[in-house]
Design a protein around this ligand. Structure first.
Ligand code: F6R
Length: 241
């Protein structure tokens, strides 16, 4: 695991975008695993800027999002589908047919999860997975628990995650209780992983992730077992290291 402490959020975002750009320039049909949330917003903004300056071409890039809420229509402003389009896809040239975001409207979530996992395999696996980290150490929506799932699966969100995400909704009651997420095995299957963490609220989770103990109580700690992980942290998120 490489740990890079970076002065501030803007630089962290630029460095993350540079890693994505190198990957895409090296392999035109790169398969990217993408996160949502506050942390990667700066990285997406940098990638959009690079695209507008003709520095990066997403024409053959394939994307798989980490997760999506159940119960929100794709055009709901808090759905991850909406987030991805408004912050990234609508401003670059990723082909619609190459975008994958798990969505379960009326379909059986189990089938959707199975199909999602097969699509990742069919695409040849993820080349570069980008992650954020929850204050409780979650990655995707793989929440701390007695056990973790390997593949894409349906998940009941924890109180802590519902509370953390309620800042994006009008009230806490509107936060969906379930989501579909790639599993820890789907994430660990990526050839390369970068994890971004910014702000003091992430300091404890970052410390636990890197503490040396691999435990299902801190899902991000499993990344210690991966051979190519870069953790980009700003000074606040690194403050307990
Ligand atoms: C979102 C995701 C989550 C977030 C995490 C941190 O797709 O996978 O694991 O990365 O909750 O979210 P922010 O960046 O909002 O603090």
């Amino acid at each position: 695991m490489r740990i890079k402490t970076i002065d501030n959020y803007n630089e962290l975002s630029e460095q993350a975008a540079d890693i994505v750009a190198i990957e895409v320039q090296t392999k035109k049909n790169t398969v990217l695993g993408l996160p949502t949330g506050s942390t990667p917003l700066g990285m997406y903004a940098c990638l959009v800027k690079m695209y507008k300056k003709n520095e990066i071409d997403f024409k053959n890039v394939i994307t798989f999002n980490l997760d999506e809420y159940i119960g929100l229509p794709p055009d709901h402003p808090q759905s991850y589908n909406y987030y991805m389009h408004s912050n990234f896809f609508d401003h670059v040239n990723v082909k619609k047919s190459n975008i994958h975001i798990p969505h379960c409207k009326d379909q059986d979530p189990i089938l959707i999860c199975r199909e999602y996992e097969q699509n990742i395999k069919r695409a040849g696996g993820i080349d570069l997975q980008i992650l954020g980290i929850g204050t409780n150490g979650h990655i995707g929506f793989n929440e701390p628990d007695e056990y973790l799932y390997t593949e894409t699966h349906l998940v009941e969100l924890t109180e802590e995650t519902i509370e953390a995400n309620s800042r994006f909704f009008k009230s806490r009651d509107e936060v969906p209780l379930q989501a579909v997420t790639m599993g820890v095995g789907s994430i660990m299957g990526a050839a390369k992983i970068i994890l971004l963490a910014s702000g003091e609220s992430k300091a404890e989770a970052v410390k636990e992730m890197l503490s040396g103990k691999v435990t299902t109580r801190v899902p991000a700690s499993f990344l210690q077992l991966h051979r190519d992980v870069t953790v980009l942290v700003d000074i606040e998120a690194a403050s307990l290291l």
